[in-house]
Structure formats: structure tokens, C-alpha cells
Design a protein around this ligand. Structure first.
Ligand SMILES: NC(=[NH2+])NCCC[C@H](N)C(=O)O
Length: 306
């Protein structure tokens, strides 16, 4: 593909091109102080932080499924000893526009590694918000006329390394995409307890199929914002996750089409529900990567959907 014509209308339309993160050179396990999410920290402390070779195998399974569906895969250039698995957060596509994230400083080298991919995009379609806007792709979802945004509105925002998208980002998205309805969600944050932390919106919610969604009530701080989504999709179309399922990142599967998803092989209750709605579930092992508080949506950045 010489030129990339971006097109992202929603989370589930048939996928044609995607950036897939890389685990080729993650480096040694970070120290407790270096970790920037509580689940990684939990595994560092327990001595169960994932090993590089295991994560490479898991990502190869995803690449194989994408290839099976003829999806064009783009890869970041590997930076030595640097975690580049969660490519979702470094930028995102809304319609025909690529937005470069203002990501956590610990992760800001990741965007340089996709410059060769950005070079294939019309430069007038690449934008970067001003510095005061903090935003990561895990918090941003296009849903046809809507843009859903995970945020944290508390005055203690600066204390949370787990709060990545601020209210300035919500305002900037409203201004920049005036034809979309921007709806924001105040998410539960914890720097210490992974089970009480919705790191990004995609850690507690994601649309799937034509009209369904996966959701976990406790990820939302405002009951009425959770209810807005349940009403929008219809209660019977919402798969409500348990606290444990949210912790294992069940909301973070990845859609190749309305009727095809990639999911973790251990997500039995979810995968059965998806199949019961005639959605093909391509199961992959991804439990090692899940230890870093990210899963399949987090490690993919879609560029073209139908
Ligand atoms: N879109 C996502 N949920 N990304 C997960 C990123 C996880 C990564 N450990 C971080 O803290 O940044």
C-alpha cells in the first residue's frame, strides 16, 4: 500500500488496514517505580511479569488471524528495549483524520516509530492537539455519529498516572469534530489497585457487532453516564462484565468485522455470548500481554475500515 486513505467510521466495520504493535524488544521487566499501570506493578512484585518471547508468540497469533482475513498489517520500527505493544494509544483515526496523541511522557517515543506509516497519509489529514490536551487512543472510540471519550474530571487528575485523557481533550475533540456528538465518561482510577482501575475507556466498554456492546458498570464513576450507554445500545444488547472479567480485560477484544472478532481464548462466558449472536470468535492466547493492563484493542490501531 503506497498511500493510505484513512477511513474509520466506527469500531466494528470490516477492517482493511491496521497498525499492530510489536513485542520484539520490550527490554527487561521494569522496576516498580518505572511501571505506569497498577497491573504491571502487581506482576512485577509477584515475579510474574510477562517474558518477551511469550509476548512475541501471542502477537504472532494475532497477526496470523489478521492475515487470514486479508487485513494489511503495518508495524512500528522497533526501538531497542522499549514497550511498543500498545500502539492504540499513540494516535487514533476519526473518519479520515489521524490524531497524534499527547501521550504519557513515559511512552512518547512510540509515535516516532510509526513515522514511516504516517508518511503514507496525506499530511493535511494528520493533526496534533495543543500541549495542554492529554489524550490516548484507548479512551477514544468513534461510533458513527458519536465520539465516545473516557476521561477523568477530578481536581486530583495530576496525581493519577492512570488518568490519560483530560477534560481539555474532550473540549478539543468537540471543537475539532463539530459534526460528531462527543460524549465523555468519567472513569474510575486507581494508581495502586488494578481491579479498581479503568485505565482507558476500552478497559470497561467497547461496541461489538452491529448494535451490541461489552460494558462494566463499576468502571464508570457516574451512574447516568453508564446508563446512557445501556440505553443507547439497549439493555438486552449489553454484555455486562463481572469485576473479574473487567480485570482480565474482557472488554478489550478487537473487531475485524461486525460478525468477526479476535478474543482471548480464556474469555469463555464472553466468547459463548458472542457466538450465540452469530459472531465468529477467533480465539488467541493473550494472557501474558494482559498482565500489562492492555489487550487486543490496545495493541491495534485501525487505519481503514469499510
Ligand atoms: N488502550 C489501552 N487500554 N492501552 C493499555 C496500555 C497499557 C500500558 N501498560 C499503559 O499503561 O499505558
Amino acid at each position: 500500500m503506497d498511500k493510505i486513505d484513512l477511513h474509520i467510521p466506527n469500531e466494528t466495520a470490516r477492517l482493511r488496514a491496521v497498525i499492530l504493535g510489536t513485542a520484539m524488544s520490550n527490554g527487561a521487566a521494569p522496576s516498580l517505580e518505572e511501571a505506569y499501570d497498577p497491573k504491571s506493578r502487581e506482576h512485577i512484585a509477584a515475579g510474574t511479569y510477562p517474558q518477551n518471547p511469550d509476548m512475541i508468540i501471542e502477537m504472532a497469533h494475532v497477526a496470523a488471524v489478521l492475515s487470514k482475513y486479508d487485513v494489511a498489517i503495518f508495524s512500528p520500527v522497533q526501538i531497542q528495549d522499549y514497550n511498543q505493544i500498545f500502539t492504540r494509544d499513540i494516535g487514533f483515526v476519526i473518519g479520515d483524520t489521524f490524531v497524534k496523541s499527547n501521550i504519557l511522557p513515559d511512552r512518547d517515543q512510540e509515535i516516532e516509530a510509526i513515522q514511516h506509516i504516517l508518511n503514507k497519509i496525506d499530511p493535511s489529514k494528520i493533526i496534533k492537539p495543543p500541549e495542554e490536551v492529554h489524550v490516548e487512543g484507548g479512551d477514544v472510540m468513534v461510533h458513527n455519529d458519536y465520539i465516545f471519550v473516557g476521561t477523568y474530571r477530578g481536581d486530583d487528575y495530576p496525581n493519577f498516572i492512570t488518568a490519560r485523557t483530560n477534560v481539555q481533550a474532550v473540549e478539543w475533540l468537540e471543537k475539532t469534530f463539530p459534526n460528531k456528538k462527543v460524549v465523555s465518561f468519567n472513569l474510575r482510577k486507581s494508581n495502586e489497585v488494578a481491579r479498581d482501575n479503568a485505565l482507558h475507556l476500552d478497559c470497561c466498554f467497547q461496541p461489538v457487532g452491529h448494535n451490541k456492546c461489552i460494558i462494566h458498570r463499576n468502571g464508570f464513576l457516574e451512574e447516568e453516564e453508564y446508563e446512557f450507554l445501556v440505553d443507547l445500545f439497549g439493555k438486552q444488547n449489553c454484555f455486562e462484565l463481572t469485576k473479574d472479567e473487567m480485570y482480565h480485560m474482557n472488554s478489550n477484544i478487537f473487531s475485524i468485522a461486525p460478525d468477526v472478532v479476535i478474543s482471548e481464548r480464556g474469555f469463555t462466558r464472553l466468547n459463548d455470548w458472542l457466538r450465540s449472536h452469530n459472531i465468529t470468535v477467533e480465539e488467541v492466547p493473550y494472557a501474558e500481554i494482559a498482565k500489562q493492563e492492555g489487550l487486543l484493542r490496545c495493541s491495534t490501531l485501525p487505519l481503514i475500515r469499510d
